[in-house]
Design a protein around this ligand. Sequence first.
Ligand SMILES: [Zn+2]
Ligand SMILES: [Zn+2]
Length: 78
Amino acid sequence: DERVCRICWMGEEKEACVRPCRCSGSSANVHAHCLRKWLQIANDYHCEICQFKYQTKVRMKPVSQVGACCSRTRSAFA
Ligand SMILES: [Zn+2]
Ligand SMILES: [Zn+2]
């Protein structure tokens, strides 16, 4: 019974999979670092399949830092 991460489709050669939500079967398996990356992109803390709220703590950029980044980008193109 080989477990495969549902985000990157890799096995457990480099990192063990976790089951962070209520999904069952092979679709529940995910690498912790893949989940964190996916949550940052999705900006959502719920599983899209079972709507379970992930317990994973994700470090998000504070809004002030995002604003500073955007203003720098704007001035670079001005
Ligand atoms: Zn993965
Ligand atoms: Zn789920």
